[in-house]
Ligand binder design. Structure first.
Ligand SMILES: *Cc1c(COP(=O)(O)O)cnc(C)c1O
Length: 431
């Protein structure tokens, strides 16, 4: 396996781009070695510039539920491009995409399109503040909501493998209004609510956490959050940038049976293009300009090319609802392979993570990951060794312990089998 071209590109990239990458986890900092540069992708495969092929379980960090370069999505994008790339004026596609989102997630009555998940959550929080007239928000340690200032407090994802726990450059004043609770710990939320009574605008949560590795909510946890936000006059925000259209067509609210006041979507909703959305109850979303006093805008918002990719992706999912059963079943096979290898596995639908909890070598099944503290205890060196062995076998999992493994509809059963064998072999060698 040669990687000469990738090495040369990375050398050049580092002269010009911070760390050689345009998003930190891509740099392979947590696993050693250098990133490969992608030339193209098809179905479940990534091909790098040196001609190597990888079975891809990152799927662009979530959007790729159909696999790469789905012919219908590519065709829709090509067709719309011919009519112009951006107009800064309304298009029919935006209306259609809004209708599709509201149909899939019925609690979303009004929805605004934006260009990234970061923007979606930042805007939803602003709306919650505008609506309630309160400043504080509660988030959970290890939940990632994008890189806006107020949300980079105890955030998960790439921040978990940086030497600084949180970002420099965030004024203390922003952090002061962001209160951090422990995921799956009701008492930690109750305490913050009591200490800040009448001041909390919203509780924002990843309904199934997937940025500290996958950590599903314990039974009753989301129901508790729904109840306490209602009692305290705070809004409840589901950050469904990963879980939306992934756990089910209706996202986490369909999957868990709990619903929120505001929702954020990204990743799948853009079908691989830069598009995201936030929406929810009509009375709350009516605060958004030009209807209301909460300002939020975007030159490229509702971009026609991105909208075409989003519409086509959602339609494919709606027309083939069996997809969810298929990807869940494949993820369950991987889950079983990890468990047999002695690892702690968390899975929700087609999202899963294997954790190298202490004791995994002895096959001690006690290790559980229920929150950020548990996740941080994991053996990162063992993870790095596992990552590199999988990569050498042509299987690309996220280059960090704290990311999800994404299964797409393009992953075939035989490829899942091959992955299970690789997992078993890794388990044996690493012990
Ligand atoms: C990826 C992610 C975001 C940020 O989305 P970007 O498009 O990367 O800005 C926000 N919330 C969650 C839960 C995410 O997984």
């Amino acid at each position: 396996m040669t990687n000469q071209r990738s090495e040369q590109l990375f050398e050049r990239a580092q002269q010009l781009i911070p760390g050689g990458v345009n998003s930190p986890v891509r740099a392979f900092g947590a696993v050693g070695g250098h990133p490969f540069f992608v030339e193209r992708a098809q179905g479940p495969w990534l091909f790098d510039v040196d001609g190597n092929r990888y079975l891809d379980y990152v799927c662009s960090w979530g959007p790729g539920i159909l696999g790469h370069a789905h012919p219908k999505v590519v065709e829709a994008v090509q067709k719309v491009c011919e009519r112009g790339l951006t107009f800064g004026a309304p298009t029919a596609g935006e209306v259609e995409l809004a209708e599709l989102i509201c149909t899939c997630v019925p609690k979303v009555e009004l929805v605004r399109l934006v260009s990234s998940g970061t923007e979606a959550v930042m805007s939803a929080v602003r709306v919650a503040r505008g609506y309630t007239g309160r400043d504080k928000i509660i988030k959970f340690a290890g939940n990632y909501h994008g890189h806006s200032d107020g949300l980079l407090v105890k955030a998960g994802s790439g921040l978990m493998t940086q030497s600084v726990p949180d970002s420099a450059g965030v004024p203390a004043g922003y952090a002061a209004d962001t209160l951090t609770a422990v995921y799956n710990d009701e008492e930690s939320v109750r305490r913050l609510m009591e200490e800040n009574s009448g001041q909390v605008a919203a509780v924002v949560v990843e309904p199934v956490a997937a940025n500290m590795g996958v950590v599903p909510p314990q039974p009753g946890f989301l129901e508790f959050l729904r109840r306490i936000t209602r009692e305290q006059g705070a809004l409840f925000i589901f950050d469904e940038v990963i879980t939306g259209f992934r756990l089910a067509l209706g996202g986490a609210s369909e999957y868990t049976g709990v619903s929120a006041d505001l929702y954020t979507f990204g990743k799948i909703v853009g079908g691989g293009m830069p598009l995201a959305a936030y929406g929810g109850r009509r009375d709350i979303m009516s605060c958004v300009a030009p209807l209301g006093a909460v300002y939020q805008a975007g030159t490229l918002s509702g971009n026609p090319v991105a909208v075409a990719a989003g519409i086509t992706t959602l339609k494919i999912l709606m027309d083939d609802i069996g997809i969810y059963e298929r990807i869940d079943r494949k993820a369950a096979k991987l889950e079983e392979a990890f468990r047999k290898a002695g690892l702690c596995v968390n899975r929700a639908g087609s999202l899963l993570s294997a954790f190298f909890t202490s004791g995994w070598k002895e096959n001690e099944r006690g290790g559980k990951v229920r929150n950020y503290g548990d996740a941080c205890q994991c053996d990162k060196e063992a993870f790095a060794a596992y990552f590199n062995r999988m990569l050498a076998r042509g299987i690309y999992v996220a280059p960090s312990q704290f990311e999800a493994m994404f299964v797409s509809d393009a992953h075939l059963d035989e490829q899942i089998e091959m992955t299970c064998e690789a997992i078993a072999e890794c388990g044996n060698i690493l012990k």
